[in-house]
Design a protein around this ligand. Sequence first.
Ligand code: ATP
Ligand code: DNN
Ligand code: MG
Length: 225
Amino acid sequence: MSLPALFIVGAGTEIGKTYATAALTRRLRDRGRRVRALKPLASGVPPLDHPDFAVSDTARLLAAQGLAVTPETVEACSPWRFAAPLAPDLAAAREGRSLSLADLVGWCRARLSEAREGDTVLIEGVGGLMSPITEAETGLDWLKAQGLPALLVSGSYLGAISHALTAVETLRAHGIALAGLVISESEGAPTPLDTVAGQIARHAGVPVGRLSRGGAFPGNLVELV
Ligand SMILES: Nc1ncnc2c1ncn2[C@@H]1O[C@H](COP(=O)(O)OP(=O)(O)OP(=O)(O)O)[C@@H](O)[C@H]1O
Ligand SMILES: C[C@H](N)[C@H](N)CCCCCC(=O)O
Ligand SMILES: [Mg+2]
């Protein structure tokens, strides 16, 4: 069975990965597709009963899937949650915990294998492409071990062009298939989204989509999933 599955990585943190993943989930569901959107590892997550949980990555992805926030849905989307808004290895250490890459990859594989024909599985990474996830490994190691094609999300802030292209080169150097690049418009960016996206597209060599503030997932990239 060939299962559409993508690993959503960021050129940095707080850049629009969750926004883009939720927007893609909504767009696919509008087309009648079944989507499972996962955020297996998350830091900076308040307890479920805290008002801020509503704006956590997990809550946003559950909402995009039309699912309520319950202890069960949260656990099924984000089994590794840490409170401190830090790299996951540091956030875990603050709680006297640790995580293993093998467990993380194994959990994701299990979710992929239980998906039904026609389902789309979206896995959001954590932080930037090479943010540490354990003492020894970064998000890049996770992506390589997972063996899924990547969808890269970048911003449009000043500096985003270099960050996006550096991430593209890193993915290429590690032999990771890159399905496309989403440029999520950064608040207060000095350059128009179209201009930044055009600059990135000139060098990236993969399809580039523009995601404006509050906008829908770019149509040219939906076709790739
Ligand atoms: N295109 C956009 N339109 C409106 N808001 C956006 C857009 N992109 C990002 N944001 C907002 O910017 C903030 C950071 O975005 P988001 O949470 O998606 O980043 P992230 O890359 O998933 O961060 P993390 O590394 O913590 O997972 C959020 O409040 C989000 O709603
Ligand atoms: C708290 C934040 N939003 C993310 N969950 C974690 C970002 C870790 C970034 C580490 C780094 O690359 O410097
Ligand atoms: Mg996120």
